[in-house]
Design a protein around this ligand. Sequence first.
Ligand SMILES: Cc1ncc(COP(=O)(O)O)c(C=O)c1O
Length: 379
Amino acid sequence: MSAMLIASHPAPVREAIERHRRQLDANPVVYLEGNNRSLQNRARAAAGQYLGVPGEAVALTDSTTMGAGLVYNGLRLRYGQEILTTDQDYYVTHESLRLAALRTGAKVRKISLFEDIRTVSEAGLSARITSQIGPQTRVVALTWVHSSTGLKLPIPAIAAAIRSINAARGEADRVLLCVDGVHGFGNQDVGFGELGCDFLFAGCHKWLFGPRGTGVIYGSESGWRAALPTIPTFLDSSAYSHWISGTDPGAGSAVRMTPGGFKAFEHPWALTEAFWLHQSIGRAEVARRTAELATQIKDGLAAMPHVTLVTPRSPRLSAGIVAFDVAGMSAQQVVSRLREWKVIASVAPYARPHARLTPSIRNFPHEIDFALQAIRAMA
Ligand SMILES: Cc1ncc(COP(=O)(O)O)c(C=O)c1O
């Protein structure tokens, strides 16, 4: 159950990587020159189709971490503007925001989303965040599915509330909703338009089972207008003519946000096959199956007196991450014990760590039963 960490490449992805690798090894310059732009744009188009936007709205990155760094470093923030985030967000968001604040003079404010996760509701979470937006708030920085607790935020409801706040604001003061989407990306049935955020960044090497070292940033039109690239792109041919003529390439865009540099090209090129695999199964079917398996784990854990289930039971407030504690054991001890049973669980470096099982469409109900048996044996 490693979907929340790193993918084992499924056959179509592995075969595409091998095909490109063979051609690159046989004739690197000619194969690269003849294919790089078209294959990266094909991956952008496939990513766009997956969440219902044109490929032009999608930037390619190496990971969620790179996406967070590019977005938060790239936002044109003014001195004194505020970035609102939460105590429950991950290191990657907090550190990107801290660095963005140091560079721009913007301030980061962290709020706590709940005192007790057992009492959270979609409406309560949305109100808790949006009630804290003030006149100086320019960015709301959130995580779709928390990797500490497995809590899923109601991003569409938060986005709708932010839209009504923005109705009275000018372009330069609009609140931008930016989301680390990695733990919903590849297991939820929702498009970018329905999510309603300005930026969603995610690695593709987790729930999507894409090539290792790939990721995407989806941006709204006003999102792209508000951000500048950090790393020069190789994907936009006009970037070179602007460089040579000394002209300004203009506003930010997804293509300009896609970092250049030579890389392990066979990986981003094979990203298309990962999206096609998910499309062939169906986004809704993947989401249904993930929720079914996660529910099986939650039901099993909830019946064990020595276990405290942390993740909310409702699929409306959770996705594929199931976090839990075992009485008398640290999260790391639980994970190590499960490893002895050859069950892959994990723990992340949060102040309050929990053990996590993360079923995906690669898993079967009998594997869940086996993991539950191993946890039962820890009583
Ligand atoms: C919420 C969250 N964001 C980002 C990451 C890092 O993702 P990536 O490997 O795609 O940079 C993780 C965990 O690995 C995570 O839990």
